[in-house]
Design a binder for this molecule. Structure first.
Ligand SMILES: Cc1cc2nc3c(=O)[nH]c(=O)nc-3n(C[C@H](O)[C@H](O)[C@H](O)COP(=O)(O)OP(=O)(O)OC[C@H]3O[C@@H](n4cnc5c(N)ncnc54)[C@H](O)[C@@H]3O)c2cc1C
Ligand code: FES
Length: 265
């Protein structure tokens, strides 16, 4: 983990209220893994005082930069939209555990909701680089919020888009009809981010079919390094319902087995 001053190379709105920021950093680009995150100080004046966590959207070691995809939800992210190319931001990372792709994986399925697609794009890029087939199910509230899917297409993923307003789908959940979509295919791993409800749906389906699932959680964070205990969640530790423990999302996560956060093994 390093603290680096990264130059903003690009910072632009790519969908309604969603921005993409490219940051030059040979250190982060050379060491970050999909599913890990960084803590960004959005303002040199220490207001807001706490750094904000963002997952890596793209990790480009050859070009020595990383990208983050962020949704404007409050003061910190609003300030970030004002960062012009050439500005420098203080970034701490890479942090957390990241997604694991099994060595022998042939096909994986990613399931995202909204901005949860950010880190799953990095995962899909890495999986395709290793020759793994990726089926990417991406759900958004409406067509103006759709982002990231063009990259999934570019990487050669099979992408299924769903919006609540029904423009591209209109079923109740992006996971509806999963059985029919996956019929006759062997899936090695599921990955999900962006919605607890979706994580539960993925867990129920994948557990019923004996397929492991990884869930990336979002939690308010102060230190991002395991010191403040501000990000703990209760998680199952075994197949027993009463076997629970507190886990720090920033340190033991943000990626957990679905059974740890959704149910028992
Ligand atoms: C590991 C991790 C990775 C993340 N990656 C991304 C990413 O790639 N792209 C992205 O857009 N966002 C991501 N987030 C969420 C992002 O950190 C928050 O949206 C951001 O910190 C909000 O800052 P703010 O000052 O704009 O909003 P605030 O003013 O702090 O809050 C505005 C609203 O957002 C809610 N909120 C703030 N932080 C969180 C959070 N961590 N989880 C849930 N709700 C929150 C608040 O409750 C409030 O309602 C990630 C969070 C974590 C923990
Ligand atoms: S944010 Fe401090 S322990 Fe996780």
């Amino acid at each position: 983990m390093v603290e680096v001053q990264c130059e903003v190379m690009n910072n632009r709105e790519v969908a309604g209220g969603v921005w993409n920021m490219a940051l030059r950093s040979p250190d982060l680009a050379g060491t970050a893994r999909p599913g890990q995150f960084c803590m960004l100080r959005v303002n040199r004046r220490l207001d807001p005082v706490l750094r904000r966590p963002f997952t890596f959207h793209r990790i480009l070691p050859d070009r020595e930069y990383i990208e983050i995809l962020y949704k404007v939800v409050g003061r910190g992210t609003d300030l970030m939209t004002g960062l012009e190319p050439g500005a420098f931001v203080d970034v701490l990372g890479p942090l957390g555990n990241g997604y694991a792709i099994p060595e022998d994986a042939r096909t994986i399925v990613t399931v995202s909701r909204g901005i949860g697609i950010a880190g799953l794009v990095a995962l899909a890029e890495e999986a395709r680089r290793r020759g793994v087939n990726v089926l990417a199910l991406a759900s958004f509230s409406n067509k103006d919020a759709v982002t990231g899917t063009e990259l999934l297409d570019y990487f050669g993923c099979e992408t299924a888009l769903h919006t609540d307003d029904g423009v591209h789908g209109g079923t109740a959940l992006v996971t509806d009809g999963l059985g029919a979509r996956l019929a006759g295919r062997q899936v090695d791993q599921f990955y999900t981010c962006g919605s607890r409800r979706l994580a539960m749906a993925v867990y129920q389906w994948s557990a019923g079919h004996g397929i492991p699932a990884q869930v990336s959680l979002e939690q308010h964070m102060a230190c991002g390094m395991g010191a403040c205990m501000g990000c703990v969640v209760e998680a199952f530790t075994s197949g027993k319902r009463d076997a629970k423990a507190y886990r720090r999302v920033c340190k033991e996560g943000p990626v957990f087995w679905a059974w740890e956060v959704c149910g028992v093994a």
